[in-house]
Design a protein around this ligand. Structure first.
Ligand code: ATP
Ligand code: MG
Length: 696
């Protein structure tokens, strides 16, 4: 064997080469170590390469927490940890995708084998293989919040909560109560007494409704979002062999944004780590905890060392994201919150402008100002995708959207109705859901209620006639089902059954795209044209859905993906692809973990931000201040804070004078720059009576 070194070996082959080709080596063979050393500071490097055990990285925004956790996964894979034994829990699906794509560039395609996603996604994956232990079949459907309300209505009928002649709680409120109780880990009674004392008298019926709702879900083989977490947690708590299996499977568990986990989530990851390999790395920032309304508790992060004795703690103190001016401003915001872990952050960036505060006459002028600033940014070379408008409430964006449309500025929304929450998309998904799970009551109801002449009672009768049959899809075409349908609707019902057959013939379980095409060739487009506004746009949307489905080889993962896209924690654009040059409009909650060169935060007035509701809740204003903190810490270079002086213009009532948000007023003036707007009108059009040429 020849032992000459690499260089001499290369130059010996065929004389002096005439050109050099730079070969980009895939990391993994020593290359990764070099990359990490280059891209991490010392504290980050230590956190990335810490050996096994429980580790907490507690640090402020922009300090590289997400970078650390991503690189740690790469480092583990590089050291030979099988990627499929790594569980990486992120806050949104977008975050998971971004982290996996960064990982791919570090360790290649092995990155795709990491179990990465939100708690709900991971729960779904785990339950698909073990749902039968809990009385579900693995083909269970996932219900979104609208399905949930729909099914709960039926359960409330059963429990005597409707038609009482008294003001009983509405289904949307009951869903909220059940979810609050679940996510905060308390009983329904405690949730009602603590948060909804006005409806204590309905407690017995609420409890019955909760039981009936659970039974109906099980009978329909449906899970709501909370079930994906709750049933996963039951699997771990009640089935020791399942706990052992999962604990053995996940050698390393990593969690981003730990401050926004709730009791169940933290218990799950800690139990699995403790009973298994003992490796849990969590990162977060208590000052960015903004999901208390969903049961998040920042004690999960602050008490991590107490719950896990012997854990190592890492502090990162350099902010790589924002200019010193923005960092000083954001520190001043936080100075007004009493609790939390004190951190000092120093910016690694060079100096930039101070955050600019601008009052405007009203909301219209505020929208005009923001659009003008956005366009000016573009002229200075800051592309649309490097700018974002982040607002507290979805409706704060309406006037801005209107102005963006007028000025033809392309934007993407990360709040409000998302693609998968729109009725026509949900209709089509309902067609597919009954193919995957023929006992899915919500999906059947949705479809049956589309047929003229069939109301809730008839829909329930048809469903009752088929639900216990061995093959409900076949039974729906029998006389037994048809008898439940009023005579005048039977023709249409027959056509609907015919469509179901055609969809079935397209092999939906293996070819969801063909199944959607079959739906579009049947009677459904006529329903869209008859019942919805802008039908052609909707049909065009559904054609996009065919393309999207074309990427999936099976119906079940396609459906799970779509149903989870409506999950608050995993909003996505249609194909998951971001258009390249568009402005982002987002609620602050959806902007967590992200960053833009320029950030605009509008409508900084009392009652909007802080939100009116928060003022009566204990700790409510502090939570709002953390939301504000999350917003302003997204900015890398420039931050614009605006507010209208008057609220509500127009014929419907007098203007109200707005009070600027306390979050602006409490900041010492040296951290800000303020500006005022001076309207400038272009030269007036020369007057010319119609039909005559304008005067010279
Ligand atoms: P947040 O709390 O907002 O989630 P974070 O702590 O997770 O923030 P990252 O998003 O990981 O911070 O990093 C913020 C920015 O700083 C990113 O653009 C990242 O690429 C960059 N960054 C992080 N560490 C370094 C470093 N050592 N050198 C250069 N840039 C870095
Ligand atoms: Mg982060």
């Amino acid at each position: 064997m020849d032992h000459r070194d690499d260089k001499s070996l290369r130059s010996d082959q065929g004389g002096k080469p005439s050109r050099t080709i730079k070969l980009h080596k895939q990391p993994g063979s020593g290359g990764l170590r070099e990359t990490l050393k280059k891209e991490l500071n010392r504290a980050q490097w230590e956190a990335v390469t810490v050996l096994d055990g429980f580790n907490l990285i507690l640090a402020g925004p922009g300090s590289g927490k997400t970078r650390v956790i991503t690189y740690r996964v790469a480092w583990l894979i590089d050291r030979g940890v099988p990627p499929e034994s790594i569980l990486l829990v992120t806050f949104t699906r977008r975050a998971a995708r971004e982290m996996v794509s960064r990982l791919e560039s570090l360790v290649g395609p092995r990155a795709g084998q990491v179990w990465a996603g939100t708690f709900h996604h991971i729960g779904n994956r785990i339950l698909r293989r073990s749902a039968d232990l809990l009385g579900y079949s693995p083909s269970f459907s996932i219900m979104d919040s609208e399905d949930q309300v729909d099914l709960l209505k039926l359960a409330m009928d059963d429990a005597g909560l409707t038609g009482t002649g008294k003001m009983a709680p509405k289904p949307a409120l009951v869903t909220k109560i059940l979810s609050t109780a679940f996510n905060t880990g308390v009983s329904i009674e405690q949730a009602v007494q603590g948060r909804f004392p006005g409806i204590v008298e309905w407690l017995p019926q609420l409890q019955t409704a909760a039981c009936t709702y659970a039974a109906r879900k099980k009978a329909a083989n449906c899970m709501d979002y909370d079930d994906l977490l709750g049933l996963w947690s039951r699997l771990v708590r009640e089935f020791p062999e399942q706990q052992e299996r999962l604990a053995r499977q996940f050698r390393h568990i990593l969690v981003d944004e730990l401050q926004d986990t709730n009791k169940i989530q933290i218990e799950l990851v800690e139990t699995l780590a403790k009973s298994g390999h003992g490796n849990l790395t969590a990162v977060g920032d208590d000052a960015q905890s903004i999901y208390q309304f969903r049961g998040a508790n920042y004690d999960n992060i602050l008490k991590f060392p107490e719950r896990n004795p012997g854990s190592k703690m890492f502090l990162l103190d350099v902010n790589y994201r924002s200019t010193p001016e923005i960092v000083s401003f954001t520190n001043a915001v936080l100075a007004h919150n009493s609790t939390g872990f004190e951190k000092v952050l120093v910016s690694a960036r060079s100096s930039g402008p101070r955050p600019l505060v601008v009052p405007t006459e009203d909301g219209h002028e505020e929208a005009e100002l923001i659009c003008q600033l956005i366009l000016e940014g573009c002229e200075q070379g800051i592309g649309l995708k490097s700018q974002a408008v982040l607002y507290r409430n979805h409706h704060d964006s309406i006037l801005i959207q209107d102005e963006l449309v007028r000025r033809k500025i392309p934007y993407q929304m990360r709040s409000g109705l998302k693609f998968f929450e729109q009725s026509h998309v949900k209709d089509v998904l309902a067609f597919l859901r009954i193919q995957a799970n023929p006992r899915d009551e919500s999906a059947w109801r949705r479809l049956l209620l589309m047929l003229p002449g069939i109301g809730p009672a008839k829909a329930a009768a048809v469903f009752d006639a088929i639900k216990d049959a061995p093959d409900p899809l076949a039974t729906v075409g029998t006389a037994q089902a048809l008898l439940q349908v009023p005579t005048k609707s039977r023709g249409l019902f027959g056509a609907f059954v015919g469509d179901l057959r055609k969809i079935q013939a397209a092999d939906p379980l293996r070819n969801p795209a063909a199944a959607i095409q079959a739906i579009l060739q049947g009677g459904y487009p006529a329903v869209v044209r008859a019942q919805y506004e802008h039908p052609e746009n909707r049909i065009a949307d559904l054609e996009q859905l065919v393309l999207l489905a074309g990427r999936s080889e099976a119906l079940e993962p396609f459906l799970a993906d779509q149903m989870l896209a409506g999950d608050l924690k995993g909003v996505d654009t249609l194909a998951g692809d971001e258009p390249t040059e568009t402005l982002v409009l987002s609620t602050i909650h959806q902007a967590k973990g992200l960053e833009w060169s320029r950030v605009y935060v509008p409508r900084l007035v009392e009652d909007s931000f802080p939100h009116a509701r928060s003022m009566n809740e204990p700790g409510g204003v502090d939570e709002e201040r953390r939301i504000f903190y999350v917003a302003v810490t997204r900015a890398m270079n420039e931050l614009f804070l605006t507010y209208p002086l008057l609220l509500g213009r127009g014929p419907r009532g007098p203007n109200m004078i707005a009070t600027p948000s306390r979050f602006l007023q409490e900041i010492p003036p040296e951290f800000l720059e303020s500006a005022q707007v001076e309207p400038e009108y272009g030269d007036p059009e020369p007057w010319a009576p119609a039909g005559l040429p304008a005067p010279e």
